[in-house]
Design a protein around this ligand. Structure first.
Ligand code: SF4
Length: 330
């Protein structure tokens, strides 16, 4: 049945909400069939290729927002390193390192509610140099971009050569108020739509493990499809000490196979999207981590914004062991 469904999806059929729920609810004995269905679809669009992205934390910590999972919020009692905006020169140097590491997309992230004009201009300048010297893609993640000012900043970034804009929806609309009180789900959705309107390839994902129901996860997968999101990072919550989410029992609740099921769900609902097995894959998928690249076709090399990953060397070895290759973006 799952194999047939994969074939129908390749013929243009869209997975329904009920089928999404069935995928999450079906017995363990169907694990491999579901994984094979997701792999069938993933292979059709992306062959054996894996898109490798590298993150830059261009402004770390002291963010005014109170996202309850985030150690970079000024409301979090997180003692890890915090610093202000890095310079244009530092961004370009980080991009050089990212390319050397094997990255094909350089994702510049700032812990801010909404980046100032000066931060926007710095990234725009850096992007021009990065594109000219290194030829890799640049993705900006600079917070909310709402209203006319947000639109103007997005246009400026787009005109400077930035390829993609990231703004995660993070969780379901109905749960949003419980994980953040300083901005709304609608603010995030508006930012995503403005980025699309500015001509960006959009990147938007979620964090699994914030207390959402499986229905809400399926709804989010359908929302990304509805919004035409081209790149979807699927993160699994890493509870950060000092945040309200520190005690969430994610490790007990999220087994490796459950995490794989979620990735399969996102692949089958968003067949041609770049699907990224993102933060938390190391701790939640554990020894099954390499299987994530059967539904997903993308990852972050060399760790995350505030958490270490397993290191670029192991990431690249994992790709090679699967008989896959790291590639430039689509
Ligand atoms: S807006 Fe971003 S950086 Fe700021 S607290 Fe929320 S997730 Fe963290």
């Amino acid at each position: 049945m799952w194999k047939e469904l994969a074939q129908r999806i390749l013929d243009g059929y869209q997975l329904t909400r009920d089928e999404g729920l069935e995928l999450l609810d079906s017995p363990d004995s169907e694990n491999l069939q579901i994984l094979d269905a997701a792999w069938t679809v993933r292979r059709h669009y992306f062959k054996n290729e894996v898109k490798a992205n590298v993150l830059s934390n261009a402004k770390r910590g002291l963010c005014s927002e109170d996202c309850h999972y985030c150690g970079q919020s000024q409301h979090a009692q997180d003692t890890s390193l915090k610093f202000g905006f890095i310079s244009k020169e530092e961004m370009v140097e980080q991009a050089r390192q990212a390319k050397k590491t094997g990255g094909r997309r350089f994702c510049v992230t700032m812990a801010v509610r909404s980046a100032s004009w000066s931060a926007v201009e710095t990234l725009a300048e850096a992007t021009k140099e990065i594109k000219q010297e290194l030829g890799i893609e640049v993705c900006a993640c600079m917070g909310l971009m709402t209203g006319e000012t947000g639109k103007a900043k997005l246009k400026f970034l787009k005109d400077s050569g930035v390829d993609a804009y990231n703004h995660n929806l993070n969780t379901h609309e109905d749960l949003y108020e419980q994980i953040c009180t300083t901005h709304t789900y609608q603010d995030r959705l508006e930012t995503l739509r403005n980025a699309q309107e500015a001509g960006f390839s959009t990147c938007s994902g979620l964090i699994i493990g914030l207390g959402e129901t499986k229905e809400q996860i399926v709804d989010l997968a359908l929302t990304f499809r509805h919004e035409g999101v081209e790149s979807i990072p699927v993160n699994f919550l890493i509870p950060v000490e000092g945040t309200p989410m520190a005690e969430r029992p994610t490790l007990q609740n999220l087994t490796p196979w459950k995490a794989l099921r979620y990735l399969c769900l996102f692949r089958l609902t968003n067949p041609s999207a770049e699907l990224r097995a993102s933060a938390g894959r190391e701790i939640h998928l554990r020894s099954l981590q390499n299987l994530a690249l059967l539904p997903a076709n993308s990852l972050f090399l060399d760790g995350y914004l505030t958490q270490d990953g397993q290191g670029a060397e192991k990431d690249l070895a994992m790709i090679a062991d699967l008989g896959m290759v790291a590639v430039a973006g689509h």
